[in-house]
Design a protein around this ligand. Sequence first.
Ligand code: SDX
Length: 429
Amino acid sequence: MPDTLTITDNRTGKTYEIPIEFNTVRAMDFRQMKVDESDFGMMTYDPAFMNTASVKSRITYIDGDKGILQYRGYPIEQLAENSTSFLEVAYLLLHGDLPNTKQLDEWRTNIKLHTFVHENIKKLMEAFRYDAHPMGMFISTISALSTFYPEAKDVLKPEVRRKQIYRLIGKVPTIAAFAYRHSKGMPYVYPDNELTYAGNFLNMMFKIGETRYKPHPVLEHALTVLFILHADHEQNCSTNTMRSIGSSHIDPFSACAGAAAALWGPLHGGANEAVLRMLDEIGSKSKVPEIIKDVKEGKRKLMGFGHRVYKNYDPRAKVIKKLAYEVFEVTGKNPKLDLALELERIALEDDYFVKRKLYPNVDFYSGLIYEAMGFPMDFFPVLFAIPRTAGWLAHWEEHLMDPEQKIARPRQIYLGPTERKWIPLDQRK
Ligand code: SDX
């Protein structure tokens, strides 16, 4: 049987043969379907891209029904279990293969050369109020980086892209930590390039009087795993934003700021903060049935549950749940864990959630670990954005190099008023 669709347009009786490739059809193949010569031609309509592939990608594979997540073919469980460094996984996402020793050393060195930020960034941070949301500071400062590196607009030059990739992966932890220190009224801590990516981030966040900050190995490892788990997730809202902004050939700093803004939404990367606020609001197990009732009546969503793609347990949530116990050994158990476990237990038994295939996602448990490690709640989306910068950059570059891609500019179904005449002000109702 041929790989085609045979479509009959019953308005005209005409029949069309549409080729099928990768189990998809090209929307442009519908444009030929017209009722008469004046007809623009047929389009497809898919709000929120529920069933539309807008790109071809080789970076991350997800099977939502089976709960499978792979970066360049490597299962997320194996990366979380075996990789000892976030930068090794960032290399994998950006280059397509795990680095050998020489490649990893070179990659690390190049990124470490770009962990510092221009001193003016500190002055920029001072402009924010003491209680500015760190994600707002993060987004604004990432965008401001584009003014320090005007050459970054030369996005079609490989060597220019490479340097901005080093700069962004190197600087996002520094900018994030500076935002935190600003909110605490504490002096900024400069990067210590002898430490690992996660270790240096903890250093810039939590160093106080000690001459040299030594990260706790269990917490450093936990943060490395969390960074690995959050590094990429194919065409999620923020990555789609990165690709769309990048398609206009603006610099990657401006594109990253847009992607981070999309990530901040409570339906996306802002959910980890929303989960903890929901747990605080619930307060005790006795209130869980009431919350579940509100959710089932459509009054609110159960934050940290559900996913556009996963109709099974998010594989990342499984790893995070296990990691939580390792962290709590060191920090002491987060009292909200039992509440979260009870919420999950009840939800997974309840038909409302089972029928809609709503399972805990990456955000349901991550906040419990972050809070136990001493990060404030409003900082959680920033902890998501730091590692996801590597994923955004991998997709940004793949999009620029894709010969099939052009500037992103969707069509619309226009339902507004038809042409009408101007009405002078004194004649309007
Ligand atoms: C991330 O895309 C990615 O990959 C994202 C991410 C990544 O790594 O980049 O995985 C990270 O963003 C994880 C998701 C974090 N967000 C949340 O935890 C917020 C709560 N979740 C929901 O808002 C929702 O599940 C979404 C946004 C995640 C997905 O929404 P969809 O795919 O648009 O699903 P939907 O809203 O159409 O829901 C289908 C049904 C609806 O019920 P009915 O109208 O059919 O009766 O399920 C219900 C929804 O009301 N539903 C929920 C629910 N999520 C969906 N009901 C209660 N609580 C929820 N959390």
